[in-house]
Design a protein around this ligand. Structure first.
Ligand SMILES: NC(=O)c1ccc[n+]([C@@H]2O[C@H](COP(=O)([O-])OP(=O)(O)OC[C@H]3O[C@@H](n4cnc5c(N)ncnc54)[C@H](O)[C@@H]3O)[C@@H](O)[C@H]2O)c1
Length: 362
């Protein structure tokens, strides 16, 4: 199969994970990297032996078919639209955009141009989550009725060298971590019908704690604690909390409760992890992961899936349509908190097909 030429725009923190993982997907041929800061592109290019180019040059190169957009959330739609206008397929980091209305324009532009749009997270294609999906589909807990999804921490300023964007418009725990959880839930349970939410903000500034900016403060423009409930089209009701204001907790990332049992799904920010099942009133037991891509960081598996899909014409799994639905859900928590009412979700998506880890091409 023809390798697919890839250009990376955005050479910050997460680009190292993508450039490392891309080497393990033979379909992907990373041909150039770019950043609005040329020094950032040069540094990553040298580290990974890939030419560093300007964004314009990279977009004009006919040998590049897919743009992997690893810029900050507020730039995702703008950079995505430029790539689409240049006739490129795009796979974006999450979220698809910082507002549904804006992200929808990117989805529509890609459709009009006849190019594919993909979006992170692709962790739901990892073995932990694909095994959980197969267990649910096989009826391991009966009909899913309810669940919980929790990501809570003290804030990324503890470790990220440049954490300002997490606290500006487009940041916040729901837009940052919510995509992993809600994407996994939609992969497991199908689309969401409506959302009720309440949001809060603990502090007006946060202090950077690592790297050269340590000791400086960044302003907080967004809610930093978001709690609420998603009602799925299937009828399942899942409680969701995403927070940058919680020092410690003991909840598991995702638990699902069904008519015949309960399932503990591993951390959706990782590809593998411990899966536990409790049938009816029995105690929990671990279920082995019967799927590849469980250990390590396979970020970019969604790009590989997109590349194979391009060559064969099949749908790709981490799609723009899925990401737009997820973004509509994420945004609905804040909208519900402001309005004091439930927010109906208008978009609908099919669950992506289960992945065959031994045959990524199908
Ligand atoms: N840091 C993580 O652990 C992590 C994990 C998963 C996903 N992500 C997502 O990846 C994305 C990038 O995160 P990061 O931590 O690498 O951020 P970062 O700030 O370290 O890097 C972003 C890079 O994008 C460049 N950039 C910004 N706007 C641009 C534009 N318009 N054109 C060209 N380049 C531009 C910046 O110069 C910077 O080098 C975010 O969407 C984030 O949500 C981050």
């Amino acid at each position: 199969m023809d390798r697919v030429g890839v250009g990376v725009i955005g050479c910050g923190f997460i680009s190292a994970a993508y450039l490392t993982a891309a080497r393990s997907f033979p379909i992907l041929d990373v041909r150039a990297v770019a950043d609005r800061e040329p020094a950032a592109a040069r540094a990553r290019g040298t580290e990974f032996g890939v030419p560093a180019r300007s964004v314009e040059d990279l977009l004009a190169d006919p040998a590049i078919e897919i743009i992997v957009n690893l810029t900050v959330p507020a730039a995702h739609v703008e950079v995505g639209l430029r790539a689409v206008a240049a006739g490129k397929h795009v796979h974006s980091e999450k979220p698809l955009g910082v507002e549904v209305a804006q992200a929808r324009k990117l989805v529509e532009a890609a459709e009009a141009a006849g190019v594919r749009l993909g979006c992170a997270p692709d962790t739901f294609l990892g073995g932990g989550h694909q095994t959980a999906r197969m267990l649910l589909d096989a009826g391991a807990i009966g009909r899913p009725l309810a669940g919980t999804a929790f990501w809570m921490g003290p804030g990324h300023e503890r470790w990220h060298p440049n954490p300002g964007f997490y606290y500006q418009r487009g940041g916040g725990p729901m837009l940052d971590m919510g995509p992993y959880y809600v994407t996994d839930l939609v992969n497991l349970l199908g689309p969401v019908r409506r959302v009720a939410g309440v949001t809060a903000r603990a502090r007006d500034t946060r202090q950077v704690m690592s790297g050269p900016l340590a000791g400086s403060t960044v302003p907080v423009e967004v809610a930093t604690h978001v709690a609420g409930t998603c009602e799925f089209v299937s009828g399942a009701v899942v409680t969701v909390v995403m927070s940058f204001d919680v020092a410690r907790h003991r909840h598991r990332p995702i638990e699902l409760y069904g008519t015949d049992g309960a399932l503990a799904v591993p951390d959706p920010n990782r590809f593998g992890g411990r899966i536990e099942l409790a049938a009816a009133a029995d105690d929990w037991h671990e279920v082995p992961t019967e799927h590849g891509f469980t250990d390590g960081d396979h970020r970019g598996i969604g790009v590989a899936d997109l590349a194979y899909a391009l060559r064969s014409g099949r749908p790709h799994r981490a799609s723009g349509a899925l990401a737009l639905h997820v973004l509509e859900v994420l945004e609905a928590f804040g909208r519900s908190s402001e309005s004091g009412t439930h927010v109906d979700i208008v978009s609908r998506v099919e669950r992506p097909a289960v992945m065959d880890p031994d045959r990524l091409e199908v």
